[in-house]
Design a protein around this ligand. Structure first.
Ligand SMILES: Nc1ncnc2c1ncn2[C@@H]1O[C@H](COP(=O)(O)OP(=O)(O)OP(=O)(O)O)[C@@H](O)[C@H]1O
Ligand SMILES: [Mg+2]
Length: 254
C-alpha cells in the first residue's frame, strides 16, 4: 500500500501544481478581459461592427457565468485533490508498512483513519457519532489495532439493514483505555453470542463472510493483553468494547 500511495502522490503533486498555475493564468486572462471591457465604449464609436461581434461572443460564452464558475471550479478541484491526498495519507497510516513494532500511539488517530478508509461502506447507511475522551498514548501495534477497528465497523455496517448509527466512545481508566463501538443493527441472537469469536463462525451467506473477522480481532487484542467484550440486544443493537493496557510487559505477576 505504501508503494501504491507513492505512485498516487506523484501525479497528485504535479496536478496540484498545474492547477495552481492554471488558476493564476485564468485570473490574469480575466484581468485582461476586464481591461478590454473598459475600452468597449471607445471601440463602439470607432468600430461599431467589431463591438457587435465582441458582444455576440460575450453572450455565446456567457462571460459573467464563466467568470464566477472559474473560481468555483478551481476551488472545488483543489478540495478534491486535498481529499485524495488525505485518503492516501490514511492508507499509509493504515498499513504502516515496516512499522509493525510496538510503539506509543494515539488510538483516536487510528480510529479516524480507519473510518476514512471504511467510509465508502458506511456512508450510505450509517451515521457515525464520536464521543472521544482525552486519551493517553498507549503501547501497541497500531496497524493491527486498525484491523480490529475495521472489522468492528464493517460488521456494524453489515448489521444495519437500511439506516442506523455507529457510536464510538472512548475513555481511560487507571491502567488502560477503552473503546466502545455500538451499533443500532440487528443484534446477535443469544445462542450465537458465545460463538462469535470462534474462527469460521458466521451467519453470513457463503461468499459474504468467512467468520474470521472477530477471531482475528480477538487474537490481536489478546496479544495486547487486552480484553474484547460484547453485549447485544437482538433487534436493538450490539456493543463491542475493547480495553487495552497503557503499557506492555510492565505488569509483573505478584
Ligand atoms: N455488530 C454486529 N451485529 C450483529 N452481528 C454481528 C456483529 N458483529 C458480528 N456479528 C455476528 O458475528 C458473526 C461473526 O463475525 P466475524 O466478523 O467474525 O465474521 P463475519 O463478519 O461473518 O465474516 P468476516 O468478518 O470474516 O468477513 C457474524 O457473522 C455475525 O453473525
Ligand atoms: Mg466480520
Amino acid at each position: 500500500a505504501a508503494g501504491v500511495a507513492h505512485e498516487i502522490n506523484n501525479p497528485i503533486g504535479y496536478v496540484s501544481a498545474n492547477l495552481g498555475t492554471l488558476s493564476e493564468y485564468a485570473a490574469d486572462l480575466l484581468k485582461l478581459v476586464a481591461a478590454y471591457e473598459e475600452a468597449e465604449a471607445a471601440i463602439g464609436s470607432a468600430a461599431p461592427q467589431q463591438l457587435a461581434a465582441i458582444r455576440r461572443i460575450k453572450q455565446d460564452v456567457a462571460l459573467d457565468a464563466l467568470r464566477s464558475d472559474i473560481a468555483d471550479l478551481g476551488s472545488e478541484t483543489g478540495d478534491g485533490l486535498a481529499r485524495v491526498r488525505k485518503i492516501v495519507q490514511d492508507l499509509k497510516d493504515f498499513s504502516h508498512v515496516g512499522e509493525s513494532r510496538w510503539q506509543f500511539a494515539d488510538l483516536h488517530h487510528g480510529i479516524d483513519s480507519t473510518l476514512n478508509i471504511a467510509w465508502n461502506e458506511l456512508k450510505y447507511k450509517v451515521d457515525v457519532i464520536k464521543s472521544y475522551a482525552t486519551l493517553p498514548e498507549i503501547e501497541c501495534l497500531p496497524s493491527e489495532l486498525n484491523q480490529v477497528f475495521m472489522n468492528l465497523f464493517i460488521n456494524a455496517a453489515h448489521a444495519i439493514k437500511t439506516r442506523g448509527e455507529i457510536r464510538i466512545t472512548t475513555g481511560a481508566d487507571v491502567d488502560g483505555v477503552w473503546v466502545e463501538v455500538a451499533d443500532t443493527g440487528c443484534g446477535i441472537a443469544n445462542e450465537h453470542l458465545p460463538r462469535i469469536f470462534e474462527p469460521f463462525f458466521t451467519t453470513k451467506p457463503v461468499g459474504q463472510g468467512t467468520g474470521l473477522g472477530l477471531a482475528l480481532s480477538y487474537s490481536i487484542v489478546k496479544k495486547h493483553n487486552g480484553r474484547l467484550d460484547v453485549r447485544s440486544a437482538p433487534g436493538e443493537g450490539t456493543v463491542f468494547r475493547i480495553w487495552l493496557p497503557l503499557t506492555q510487559g510492565a505488569v509483573v505477576a505478584a
